[in-house]
Design a protein around this ligand. Structure first.
Ligand SMILES: [Zn+2]
Length: 73
């Protein structure tokens, strides 16, 4: 049985090393941070999970990533 998950990539540098840098529990927001290029972005109502995947599965996630005017598959 397969399970589908969503993967967050950095739009600035395409890195997969995106993590939560800080929690603002008062405003119920997190700040995402790209470990590769250092860009940050606030986010609310979502959080991150981690799972070990194969290189092939990572490439499938990259190949199906959403881009402007073309939602993810
Ligand atoms: Zn980046």
């Amino acid at each position: 049985m397969s399970n589908y998950v969503s993967v967050i990539f950095c739009r600035n540098c395409s890195s997969r090393y995106v993590e939560i840098e800080e929690w603002n529990t008062h405003e119920k927001k997190v700040v995402l941070h790209c470990r590769t290029c250092g860009v940050t972005e606030p986010l609310s109502n979502f959080t991150l999970g981690r799972s070990k995947i194969t290189d092939k599965e990572l490439q499938e996630a990259r190949d199906t990533r959403a881009i402007p005017f073309k939602p993810e598959r």
